[in-house]
Design a protein around this ligand. Structure first.
Ligand code: NAD
Length: 343
């Protein structure tokens, strides 16, 4: 039934075919496609259509068929992460945890939070409890918040985490690389090599290994997944009066990693984008803000909105990037900085 409903919206000559998926996956949007051939765009004259009508196409369909049920799809379908499986690094706290929670609220089946401590902290446990109590309507329960202790600098360890998730869930849709560190001000002419290497190892190499852990599983399950690399506006601009050469360099590398991986993985249908926040109050920035009177006001004055951001202000953008609402977006850097970069 669904297969025939799907096929009527497929371009006839397209080699992009709907995948035979278990019924739990039938509600998915463009992700129910697999590309048979490495050519990413086998029919440039007619790109693949969603497996059910949306937007203006839906309106035109309804005009032809009076029995067509007019229902909004934007949040129920395009933005929905129904049944998706995700890995988020650095998600014991801070921006990673906020993003992990957003994925579950959008309907994800399981979100694996990877971080250094052997056991998750109080913040993480509070989010887990809250999600378990959350009412998803009509008696439905939310997905699972899982915790994995691992170090993002351990490439083979990260791949093993990916394998473990894939073996258990039999799918892998979203990978977010949010683990990162920021060191104290250090003069660039004296910057110690070991410290520079440490920052690069976590903020750049660790992002690659996390993206690999996710991408390898997406390839394994032939899933057109979404990989989101957390960079920073510091990858594109230099924070005035801050001697952060290692951090800024590591984040610039993530921007180019995004473009390179997007180009390599596009033919597999896997999207790779970076998300570059501006100043947001977390444990990372608290190390500066809580110890330097006046710094909050200074940072706030450096963008047109006149304030720093909140972690929850990344919920929308990360859900958009993770979901089928952004299926034509890859290789992009999305800057969420209150306009800091515009000045
Ligand atoms: N807070 C901001 O203003 C801001 C702005 C731009 C970018 N970012 C980026 O967002 C990401 C999250 O930062 P945050 O502000 O939530 O900081 P945070 O310090 O609260 O969180 C970072 C997390 O990464 C984990 N981590 C560090 N090294 C790790 C390793 N080797 N293996 C696994 N996990 C490790 C930490 O334990 C921590 O839980 C970072 O990549 C950061 O650079 C933050």
């Amino acid at each position: 039934m669904l297969r025939s409903a799907v096929s009527q919206f497929l371009p006839r000559s397209s080699r992009v075919l709907p995948r035979a998926l278990p019924s739990s996956s039938t509600a998915r949007f463009l992700s129910t496609y697999e590309v048979e051939h490495p050519d990413p765009n086998p029919n440039p004259d007619k790109p693949p259509q969603p497996p059910y009508p949306v937007g203006v196409v839906a309106a035109l369909e309804a005009a032809k068929d009076p029995s067509f049920r007019a229902r909004p799809t934007i949040f129920r379908r395009e933005f929905s992460l129904h049944d998706r499986v995700a890995l988020v690094s650095g998600a014991n706290r801070g921006l990673g945890l906020e993003m992990a929670m957003a994925l579950l609220e959008a309907g994800a089946r399981a979100v694996y939070c990877l971080d250094l401590p052997k056991q998750p902290g109080d913040e993480w446990n509070a989010v887990k409890d809250y999600i378990e109590k959350m009412d998803f309507g009509e008696g439905k329960k939310g997905g699972r918040l899982e915790y994995v202790s691992a170090d993002v600098t351990d490439q083979k360890g990260l791949w093993a985490v990916g394998d473990m998730i894939g073996d258990k869930e039999k799918r892998f849709d979203i990978g977010i690389a949010a683990a990162g560190i920021l060191k104290n001000h250090t003069n660039c002419l004296e910057y110690p090599s070991e410290q520079f290497k440490q920052v690069m190892d976590i903020n750049t190499n660790g992002v690659l290994y996390t993206a690999q852990a996710a991408g390898r599983q997406m390839h394994r399950f032939n899933t057109p997944g979404s990989i989101i690399l957390i960079a920073s506006m510091s990858g594109s601009i230099t924070n005035r009066d801050h001697a952060w050469v290692s951090y800024n360099t590591s984040k610039s590398a993530v921007l180019q990693m995004t473009r390179s991986m997007a180009c390599e993985l596009g033919p597999k249908g896997i999207r790779v984008n970076s998300l570059s926040p501006g100043h947001i109050y977390t444990s990372m920035t608290a190390a500066y803000l809580d110890t330097q009177p006046g710094l909050l006001r200074k940072w706030a004055s450096m963008n047109p909105l006149g304030r720093i951001g909140r972690p929850d202000e990344l919920r929308g953008v990360v859900t958009w990037l993770a979901s089928d609402a952004s299926t034509f977006c890859t290789g992009s850097d999305i800057i969420v900085s209150g306009g800091h970069h515009s000045w």
